[in-house]
Design a protein around this ligand. Structure first.
Ligand SMILES: [Zn+2]
Length: 222
């Protein structure tokens, strides 16, 4: 019988015993002092979900230098390497935008149509936050494009999300598969990054540069 580990499937969201298909363990040793060797173990495991047959790759680590409490679950500190998911810094988003985006994340693997509708709502929140409050969503998005909040390509991407969101909301006879949802997530991430995260990062880098120049000038003056 194959080995099983209880994990949450990143595809279908079920928490269930996963079949271990393959395992590779890399052991590194390091002599800390004479006669004592520390051991570091990196474990790579491929699991198959018995519910959706999707597979995922997990990395876990343990070593002889750390204390692990009884009942420690190595997978809780492990890292999912595949399927790759882009993670946004949610703390950089305004509260309403973040709330809508998190709702979309929660239903991503459960209900594709709801997820698409919630991504559309995330865009609504971006419009509201940026002062575009009148008219239909496409008019608000046009407004954001005209005022330069969204560059032309980002504006087009937003309209794609809006259209697909509308189809889902009106119960059109379309099925949304997970690849479609993944693309829409990627698009939404790009928009949120452009509107909220990049400006913050630019500001921080500019500030750091100013500090460096200020230090240089003060050094030159002395
Ligand atoms: Zn699954």
């Amino acid at each position: 019988m194959s080995e099983k580990v209880i994990l949450t499937c990143p595809h279908c969201g079920n928490t269930t015993p996963m079949d271990l298909l393959n395992k590779f363990e890399k052991v590194t040793t390091e002599e800390f002092y004479e006669g004592y060797e520390a051991q570091f173990n990196d474990i790579f495991e491929v699991f198959e979900c018995p519910v959706c047959q999707g597979f995922h790759l997990f990395h876990t680590h343990w070593n002889t230098e750390e204390a692990y409490y009884e009942g420690f679950n190595i997978y809780e500190e492990g890292k999912l390497l595949y399927p790759y998911t882009e993670r946004l810094n949610l703390y950089a988003l305004p509260k309403n935008v973040r709330g809508a985006y998190e709702s979309a994340l929660r239903v991503q693997n459960i209900d594709e149509a709801s997820c698409v509708i919630t991504l559309r709502r995330t865009l609504e929140m971006v419009c509201k936050d940026k002062g575009a409050t009148t008219g239909q969503l496409h008019q608000k998005l046009n407004h954001l494009q005209q005022t330069g909040v969204l560059p032309p390509l980002m504006g087009d991407i937003s309209k794609v999300i809006k259209d697909i969101g509308n189809m889902a909301a009106h119960g059109d006879q379309v099925t949304f598969n997970k690849y479609m949802v993944e693309s829409l997530f990627r698009f939404t991430n790009k928009i949120l990054e452009y509107v909220y995260i990049l400006p913050k990062e630019m500001k921080r880098i500019k500030f750091e540069l100013e500090q460096m120049t200020a230090e240089e000038t003060s050094e030159e003056a002395t």
